[in-house]
Write a new protein. Structure first.
Length: 271
């Protein structure tokens, strides 16, 4: 059984308003996608291809117009009560906009511990210990825990954002352009950490990006979206090439040099 399965998933939004004729905008059309435990899948596509909408549907943040998303064999739209709470513990989403994910009046530690307060039985001491541990694993210091979001750089804040997503030890993490604002060295260091988590604990990842270099470095599979449909779904290999024009355009934008997994390492002891 797959960890996650999107079956014939379609989605559309209502357009127009009081002064404009109302209609429908089709964003996704008949998406069929499966993700296995411990698998990392790159989701590539241009702006407006439907990548972020698909992420929200996969995590149950929106209900599809047609089709169904199943997680471990259960329909996400039908989860209620404790089952819904268990699903929230199981999946996490990291956005590109790290500042928007933090309360500017609360410390970094308070925000990282938020999912632990709501979705775990840890006491305050254990939550603080877990928070500091996560920050250190993301290459930050324990002192960063007590700072306000505006006292961290953009890269530091995004690392704290990823730490919060990992706090509850999810089975699936969706990274929606979460690394795009970081420099290349930091991108690859964080992906090393996440790859260790995938290998050691079976965590699955969906990496939403327009950067084929990151997909080559981190993912086993790559899925290409164009105009709301999957146009490529293939294994990532050394001679990765695409048949569809969208994939070829993304491939042409990548510099000839490919990253190797020998850049400076940070701690990979994720728990």
């Amino acid at each position: 059984m797959s960890l996650l399965h999107a079956h014939q998933l379609s989605h559309r939004y209502r357009t127009g308003g009081l002064l404009r004729k109302r209609g429908w905008l089709q964003v996704l059309d008949s998406i069929d996608l499966q993700l296995q435990a411990g698998e990392s899948v790159g989701l590539l596509g241009g702006s407006g291809s439907g990548k972020s909408t698909l992420a929200r549907l996969l995590l149950g943040l929106e209900t599809p117009s047609q089709g169904q998303v199943s997680f471990a064999g259960q329909a996400v739209s039908q989860l209620r009560g404790e089952q819904a709470r268990a699903f929230q513990r199981t999946v996490q989403l990291v956005f590109q906009d790290a500042p928007g994910a933090f309360n500017p009046q609360r410390s970094i530690a308070w925000s990282i511990a938020e999912p632990l307060r709501h979705l775990s039985d840890l006491d305050e001491t254990a939550r603080h210990r877990r928070t500091v541990e996560l920050l250190e694993q993301m290459g930050l210091d324990a002192e960063h825990a007590e700072r306000l979001p505006q006292q961290l750089s953009g890269g530091q804040l995004q690392r704290a954002n990823i730490a919060r997503a990992l706090a509850i030890s999810p089975k699936l993490v969706v990274l929606d352009e979460a690394l795009s604002n970081l420099d290349r060295v930091l991108q690859l260091q964080l992906l090393q950490l996440l790859d260790a988590l995938r290998r050691d604990h079976g965590t699955a990842f969906v990496l939403i990006t327009h950067d084929l270099t990151l997909v080559r470095y981190f993912c086993q599979r790559v899925v290409v979206l164009d105009a709301g449909s999957i146009v490529e779904d293939r294994t990532v290999s050394g001679d990765l090439s695409f048949e569809h024009p969208t994939g070829r355009q993304l491939q042409a934008a990548v510099l000839p040099e490919r990253p190797t997994k020998t850049c400076a390492r940070v701690s990979t002891s994720l728990a």
